[in-house]
Design a binder for this molecule. Structure first.
Ligand code: NAP
Length: 348
């Protein structure tokens, strides 16, 4: 690409905003030229508006950017959103109405009937719903990525979809980085498990059905499978682990399931998108893997690692899955969505 596409971040000074800044560093197609946040930060240099809380140093070119108000106008056409959920609804809509393509990480619009909830390897075809937003009088659009544990679950389930998914039970072990900054108090999480994450179980249940479901120009047709989630916060820094049991219509052999996992590919791989992992779901034979500390950073955090596939005496099969919650579950997911949208001609 001769000239990179300018991009902005709404909510750039927050935790997920910083993950976007980091993930976009040296991106071959996109160049971060605009950062937006609340009026508490607007007018300040990015380096003055926020303390860098990720590994390494704040990219100097971004440190020097002046933070803008989150109002459409001078922002680039493509904006990633990491806005606080309490303000994302109206601000994201205002940007879409004004002609911006908002690629959002916030929960606010995910379940709307004309907003794609994308995992590009699974349901890139859901982008065809976007022209329906013409009905709202928007010149732009909103496209979302799922909740951080839903991405891990849906990627692990996608290779089962050809066999017909009937029922799913998932228990999560979710990292503390998923709770933002400063997140969960150390007195609560050290040497402990917290068996509740507000709203997370409901999100996993309905988002999974939307992502693994179908889509026509008339709308989304959620997967009819029932999904039941138990969500727990555990003392892990990065990486959400899901213990999954799944009931399927057909009765494939273990080898057929392993072949489906090994062969699973999607549009990002076909189109060689810059952030696409070569193999999106990687099976690990070692019964002690995957593990967050050992595996989460592999493949730039963009692949999902699965293991321990075995028969389930209640449903049909069970397995464990691991994914990077702030990369594949947040910034990396949104950037991959935007890469797919670019190849669909949606950012021109
Ligand atoms: P955060 O650290 O609190 O950051 C919120 C961002 O929103 C900041 O940049 C803040 O700007 C901005 N903001 C707040 N009020 C605003 C207003 N009135 N107008 C414009 N900007 C405003 O939150 P976060 O943890 O990064 O989460 C951001 C979003 O991502 C949330 O919707 C969250 O649910 C979702 N999410 C978070 C995680 C995670 O791991 N934390 C994972 C997945 C999804 P100031 O700095 O100026 O206040």
């Amino acid at each position: 690409m001769e000239k990179k596409i300018p991009v902005g971040i709404l909510g750039a000074t927050g935790m997920v905003g910083q993950h976007f800044v980091k993930f976009l560093q040296n991106h071959p197609w996109f160049e971060l030229t605009w950062v937006g946040a609340s009026d508490r930060s607007a007018g300040k240099k990015y380096a003055e508006a926020t303390s860098w809380r990720l590994d390494g140093v704040m990219p100097p070119a971004v440190a020097a950017l002046t933070v803008s108000d989150c109002k459409p106008g001078d922002a680039p056409k493509l904006v990633f959103s990491a806005m606080d959920a309490s303000v994302a609804t109206e601000i994201e809509r205002a940007f879409a109405e004004a002609g911006h393509c908002v690629v959002s990480n916030s929960k606010n619009h995910r379940m709307e009937p004309d907003v794609p909830l994308l995992v590009p390897e699974i349901n890139g075809d859901h982008l065809k719903i976007v022209p329906q937003q013409a009905k709202r009088g928007w010149k732009g659009c909103i496209v979302t990525n799922p909740n951080c544990s839903t991405v891990v679950l849906t990627m692990a389930l996608a290779p089962f979809k050809p066999f017909g998914i009937r029922r799913v039970i998932v228990t999560t072990m979710q990292a503390i980085s998923g709770a933002g900054y400063p997140g969960v108090a150390s007195m609560d999480i050290m040497a402990n498990v917290i068996p509740y994450i507000g709203g997370e179980e409901e999100k996993m249940q309905i988002e999974t059905q939307k992502i693994l479901g179908g889509c026509t120009e008339a709308g989304f047709a959620p997967l009819q499978a029932k999904v039941s989630a138990h969500c727990n916060r555990v003392p892990v820094v990065d990486g959400h682990t899901c213990a999954i049991s799944v009931e399927i219509e057909q009765k494939p052999s273990r080898d057929e399931i392993l072949a489906s996992i090994a062969g699973f590919r999607g549009l990002p791989q076909e189109r060689k998108l810059p952030s696409a992992p070569a193999q999106p779901v990687i099976y690990m034979d070692d019964p002690l893997r995957p593990q967050p500390r050992r595996d989460v950073e592999r493949e730039r955090g963009m692949a999902v690692f699965v293991g321990r596939l075995r028969e389930c005496l209640v449903l049909d099969w069970k397995l464990v899955a691991l994914g990077h919650n702030t990369v594949r579950g947040a910034a990396g997911a949104a950037v991959l969505n935007a890469e797919l949208m670019y190849t669909e001609g949606m950012l021109a």
